[in-house]
Design a protein around this ligand. Structure first.
Ligand SMILES: [Zn+2]
Length: 286
C-alpha cells in the first residue's frame, strides 16, 4: 500500500501532527508503541518531522508487509530478512541521489529506511538471540546489511543461523519440555562441537516456514515484543535495548552507504534531517 507524505508548503509542526495521526492509525499494538519508542529513543537527534516519517514507515510495515516473514524476521527466514533490510536501505540510498526531486526523495528515503528499521527491531523481539545470551548487536559493520546465510556463524556471537534443512552431519536440538527461557535454547552440534542455534518464531499466516521441525517454536512461544508477556519481562527489555542500539547503528550505516553512493552530497542530504548534531552518533565518515 502507498503512503503519501505531503511535505509541501506547510510548517514542520503541521507535518509532524499529520504524520502522528497516521502513525496512530497504523499502530498494531495500541497503548504499547514499541517500534515508535525504539525509533525515537535511538534517533532523538533528528527533526520531529523526520522522526514521525520514520515512525510511519516503520509501523506501516506491519500493514504493507503483513504476510511477509522477511519484514519481521519470522519463520527462521534469516536470509530473507537480511535481504529485506539491505534492499530497503538500498532503496533509501537511491532516493537520496540526484534525479529525484529533493522532498520526494527525502520522503521515499524515510519510508524505506523506516521499513528497514522495523525489520532490525523485530529481529531481537522475534528470535532467540536474547535467550541465547546475545548481548551485542547482530551486525556492526557499515557496509550493506550482511546476508545471514543458512547455517553460517554470525561473527559477533558465533550463533549458527538455523534456516531450512540441517547440514547432513549436524544435529539441531532443543529441550521442548523445559520451562521458558530454557526451551528457547537451540543447539547445533557439528563434529562434536556444540554451538548455539539462532531461530525465530513461526507465523502461520506468513507463507514459507524455514524452521526445522525439531526446534521450531511458534511466534507466541518465542516473541518478547510486549510488556504484557510477564514471564519474559527481562528478555523484552534486553531485546528493546538491543533494538535501540541497532537502530542507532543503522543511521550510521545509512550515512556510510549514502556517502559510498553519492559522496558528500549524500551525507549532506542526511545531515539536513538532523536537529541536534551534538547528540548524533559519530559515524566516522569524513
Ligand atoms: Zn513486525
Amino acid at each position: 500500500m502507498g503512503l503519501t507524505l505531503t511535505l509541501g508548503c506547510v510548517g514542520e509542526a503541521e507535518i509532524a501532527e499529520a504524520l502522528d495521526e497516521s502513525a496512530d492509525a497504523f499502530s498494531t499494538a495500541p497503548g504499547e508503541p514499541n517500534h515508535e519508542e525504539i525509533t525515537v529513543t535511538a534517533l532523538s537527534f533528528l527533526k520531529p518531522s523526520v522522526l514521525t516519517a520514520l515512525k510511519v514507515g516503520n509501523v506501516s510495515t506491519d500493514v504493507a508487509y503483513h504476510f511477509s516473514n522477511t519484514a519481521h524476521f519470522d519463520d527462521c527466514n534469516f536470509s530473507g530478512g537480511a535481504a529485506f533490510v539491505a534492499a530497503k536501505q538500498a532503496e533509501a540510498v537511491r532516493a537520496l541521489g540526484p534525479g529525484i526531486p529533493l522532498l520526494d526523495g527525502d520522503a521515499l528515503a524515510m519510508l524505506a529506511f523506516g521499513r528497514s528499521l522495523h525489520a532490525v527491531q523485530d529481529f531481537y523481539a522475534h528470535t532467540n538471540w536474547v535467550e541465547l545470551g546475545g548481548d551485542v548487536l547482530v551486525d556492526q559493520s557499515l557496509t550493506a546489511f550482511p546476508a545471514l546465510a543458512p547455517y553460517s556463524a554470525i561473527p559477533s556471537t558465533g550463533f549458527i543461523v538455523v534456516q531450512g534443512d540441517k547440514p547432513k552431519r549436524a544435529a539441531v536440538t532443543r529441550h521442548a519440555d523445559a520451562p521458558y527461557p530454557e526451551y528457547a535454547i537451540v543447539t547445533v552440534r557439528v563434529q562434536r562441537t556444540n554451538k548455539y542455534g539462532l531461530v525465530s518464531g513461526t507465523v502461520e499466516y506468513e507463507p514459507g516456514n524455514y524452521c526445522p521441525p525439531p526446534v521450531a517454536m511458534t511466534h507466541d512461544e518465542l516473541s518478547k515484543d510486549k510488556t504484557s508477556l510477564t514471564d519474559r519481562t527481562a528478555q523484552h527489555l534486553a531485546a528493546k535495548s538491543l533494538a535501540v542500539q541497532q537502530t542507532r547503528h543503522e543511521w550510521c550505516r545509512l550515512n556510510r552507504l549514502a556517502h559510498d553512493a553519492w559522496g558528500d552530497a549524500g551525507t549532506a542530504r542526511l545531515a539536513a534531517w538532523v536537529a541536534d548534531p551534538s547528540s548524533a552518533p559519530d559515524c566516522g565518515i569524513e
